[in-house]
Design a protein around this ligand. Structure first.
Ligand SMILES: Nc1ncnc2c1ncn2[C@@H]1O[C@H](COP(=O)(O)OP(=O)(O)O)[C@@H](O)[C@H]1O
Ligand SMILES: [Mg+2]
Length: 310
């Protein structure tokens, strides 16, 4: 499978404060990469950088950000807008901000997709109400309904090559979540869609993803196949996350939090590996030097211990 998205050494700062630090990843066509990590680890910032929707004041630099053979940073605003409108779909973390409040939901859906299959697709995710209530505005629907609508909107309406979904099922109950996940898998199979899927829920990851990326303090500390990450995690943070899960892949299981703080030096600046002060196997070098990502094929691990074992 050809690489659809390649990111190398991506950094994002907000007013000089680093939020994403040296992330490298690749995504192939038809592949679903699950991105996990505790709140504040930089997942939304990474999604926003790829889709160029970072707030004013954010600064981005990357050695490479290539989408289907084109370097994204070289595109004009207008070209990027066109790609986002047609080829990269984004399901944002907050649904209320993406639909216009001043037109009926069904009419907004028809702007993007006027196919006769719309009713059928909406039915598949429990949204027949949108067809039955053609004159209802967004505020008449629940948060869960709107979140499902956004998946439909981003995934179907535009038939993108890449769908970036930022915690799209976090606020949904288990039944609705299962419907959305089925829809996403179906779309992947039918359209060959690649997906970057951000979630707290490891059961979801195990269910729909091919590969997993683990974020910690702005870094992608490890990525690998679902099998590799669940059965042979290499980074101590990934190991701690999995060890903190009693049932491992019980539905609705959220990521455990690991006690302690991100490591800082006397001046308050982060020094060495961000995980060092919480890491059970840290040694002197971990407190002095931030490990560089070790890339093997599509996978990465960012840890001095793992480096020793290479
Ligand atoms: N608009 C913003 N302005 C300044 N700092 C931000 C902004 N958005 C996020 N951050 C900071 O960037 C870091 C990463 O945040 P975010 O990407 O939202 O993480 P996640 O999605 O994993 O919870 C956090 O420290 C957060 O406080
Ligand atoms: Mg987020």
């Amino acid at each position: 499978m050809a690489d659809l998205l390649t990111i190398a050494d991506l950094h994002v700062d907000y007013a000089g404060r680093p939020a994403v630090q040296g992330v490298s990843l690749t995504l192939r066509r038809g592949e679903i990469l699950g991105l996990v990590g505790e709140s504040g680890s930089g997942k939304t910032t990474l999604c926003s950088a790829i889709t160029n929707v970072l707030p004013a004041g954010a600064r981005v630099r990357a050695a490479e950000m290539r989408f289907d053979g084109r370097e994204l940073s070289e595109l004009s605003y207008e070209e990027m807008r066109r790609i986002r409108a047609s080829r990269i779909g984004l399901v944002p973390q907050r649904p209320m901000t993406s639909l216009s409040p001043s037109s009926p939901v069904l009419r907004q859906l028809r702007w993007y997709h006027d196919g006769s299959d719309l009713a059928d697709l909406l039915g598949q995710v429990g949204l027949k109400a949108v067809i039955d209530r053609p004159r209802d505005y967004p505020h008449r629907f629940s948060g869960g309904q709107l979140q499902r609508l956004l998946v439909v909107l981003a995934a179907l309406a535009r038939k993108p090559d890449l769908l970036i979904a930022d915690e799209p099922t976090t606020t949904l109950d288990a039944t609705v979540q299962a419907q959305v996940l089925r829809l996403l898998l179906d779309l992947r199979d039918r359209l060959g869609l690649a997906m970057l899927y951000v979630t707290h829920d490891l059961a979801v990851v195990a269910q729909i993803c091919d590969r997993i990326g683990v974020m910690y303090s702005g870094r992608l500390v490890e990525s690998g196949t679902v099998d590799q990450i669940f059965n042979a995690p290499r980074h101590p943070y990934t190991q701690a996350l999995l060890a903190a899960l009693p049932g491992r892949t019980r539905p609705g299981q959220r990521l455990g939090t690991i006690p302690g703080d991100v490591h800082r030096d006397v001046s308050g600046r982060a020094a060495g590996c961000a995980f060092a002060s919480r890491c059970p196997v840290a040694f002197a070098r971990c407190h002095e030097e931030d490990p560089r990502p070790i890339v093997t094929g599509a996978d990465v691990v960012r840890c001095h211990r793992a480096e020793e074992k290479e």
